[in-house]
Design a protein around this ligand. Structure first.
Ligand SMILES: *Cc1c(COP(=O)(O)O)cnc(C)c1O
Length: 393
């Protein structure tokens, strides 16, 4: 596999998003990496590879462009950081588990982890032999007690978390994780590298569902791993090829296209979410608002330190209870009722019955009167008017 080296000078985030890994096509000058919809590459004599490519599971130029760009965005300071693109966020996670863990290993998972992550660890990796311990990773003392030096292989963090937007202190978590000889994995899906760069804060590996903000247009499913240590990166790249959990060329191209506007989108998502959160805080039907940009959010100070802005996800509880929460989800017109998040369009959902239905009765169960918003980048006046009508019934 050949990934072009990252240039040594450090251009700004948006410049990297638009150019890293995306030199004009050497053959035609095309300014955007073409979709190399191809499975195999002609060899000039046995072993004579023209561009370093032989078979597209092992490496494809469109995927390589995305992988280089992802590594540059998450770890612009590390020229040998490794980016890997996968068929989905969960394919990336599954590859990570099988590459870095062995039966008998212990893993600390956030008690409010993404439901699919929790299911993968408990229902797939559990029977395979992994011991999974859900912990409130925002509490460093609890976390320290949960880590078993010599046995804990991974500490997993999602910040902001889903759907309650809790904030973990990445630097502090990295310290206790590394003291015990474990690796820190941060799921950076909610923040995106524009708002937060966990590797710079001490994480070893960043996971993404690129389906969300990275792709940003609700038109592609994908995942990524970005790895600080090139040796661990090589192990993960070996597994990506050996397990075949790769992103296809068209999916890679769509994700790369999404990344180009990540910065401007996240700025607008964050600004719109601020207005929505402030509207909800003063609304009489709302009992609690979860958005890390609010000064009374328990993780506000940490978020302000480790994030550029507070992101586009807002959750809130309604005083009238579960049925009213469900009814509100059915009344919005601009906010579309649906799962997923991170696209340009606003989405509304009821976690207890939708995204988090599978964790009912587990430590990850969410309040039944909770509504989650993925605040999009439509005109803010329309978003507020839509919520106002839906909340007033
Ligand atoms: C969606 C999501 C995932 C899983 O990613 P897929 O692309 O759906 O497989 C993992 N983590 C978080 C935080 C997510 O939102």
């Amino acid at each position: 596999m050949s990934t072009p080296p990252t240039p040594p000078a450090q251009p700004g985030f948006e410049t990297l998003a638009i150019h890293a890994g995306q030199e004009p096509d050497p053959l035609t000058g095309a300014v955007v990496p073409p979709i190399y919809q191809v499975s195999t590459f002609k060899q000039d004599g046995v072993g004579g590879l023209r561009g370093g490519y032989e078979y597209a599971r092992s490496g494809n130029p469109t995927r390589a462009a995305l992988e280089t760009c992802l590594a540059a965005l998450e770890a612009p300071h590390l020229a040998d950081a490794v980016g890997l693109a996968f068929a989905s966020g969960l394919a990336a996670e599954d590859t990570l588990i099988r590459a870095l863990c062995r039966p008998g290993d212990h893993v600390v998972l956030p008690h409010d982890a993404y439901g699919g992550t929790y299911r993968l660890f408990t229902k797939v990796a559990g029977p395979w032999g992994l011991h999974v311990n859900p912990v409130n990773v925002t509490d460093i003392d609890l976390l320290r007690k949960a880590i078993v030096p010599g046995r804990t292989r991974l500490v997993w963090v999602e910040t902001p978390s889903n759907p309650l937007l809790s904030i973990a202190d990445i630097t502090a978590v990295a310290e206790v994780t590394h003291e015990a000889g474990a690796l820190l994995v941060v799921d950076n899906t909610f923040a995106s590298p524009y708002l937060q760069q966990p590797i710079i804060l001490g994480a070893d590996i960043v996971v993404h569902s690129t389906t969300k903000y990275a792709g940003g247009h609700s038109d592609v499913v994908g995942g990524a791993l970005i790895v600080a240590d090139p040796e661990i990166g090589a192990t993960l790249a070996f597994h990506q090829n050996a397990q075949g959990s790769i992103a296809g060329p068209f999916d890679s191209w769509l994700t790369l296209r999404g990344l180009k506007t990540l910065g401007v989108r996240m700025d607008r998502h964050s600004a719109n979410a601020r207005t929505v959160a402030e509207f909800l805080v003063q609304h009489p039907a709302v009992s609690q608002v979860y958005w890390p940009g609010l000064p009374d959010h328990p993780g506000h100070a940490i978020a302000a330190r480790q994030m550029r802005d507070f992101g586009g996800m807002v959750s809130f509880r309604v005083s009238a209870g579960e049925q009213e929460a469900v009814d509100i989800c059915g009344r919005t017109q601009v906010f579309t009722l649906g799962e997923s998040l991170g696209g340009v369009e606003s989405l509304i959902e009821h976690p207890a019955r939708m995204t988090h239905a599978s964790v009912a009765g587990s430590p990850l169960e969410v309040p039944s009167d909770l509504i989650r918003l993925s605040v999009g980048i439509e005109s803010i006046e329309d978003l507020i008017a839509d919520l106002a009508v839906a909340l007033d019934g």
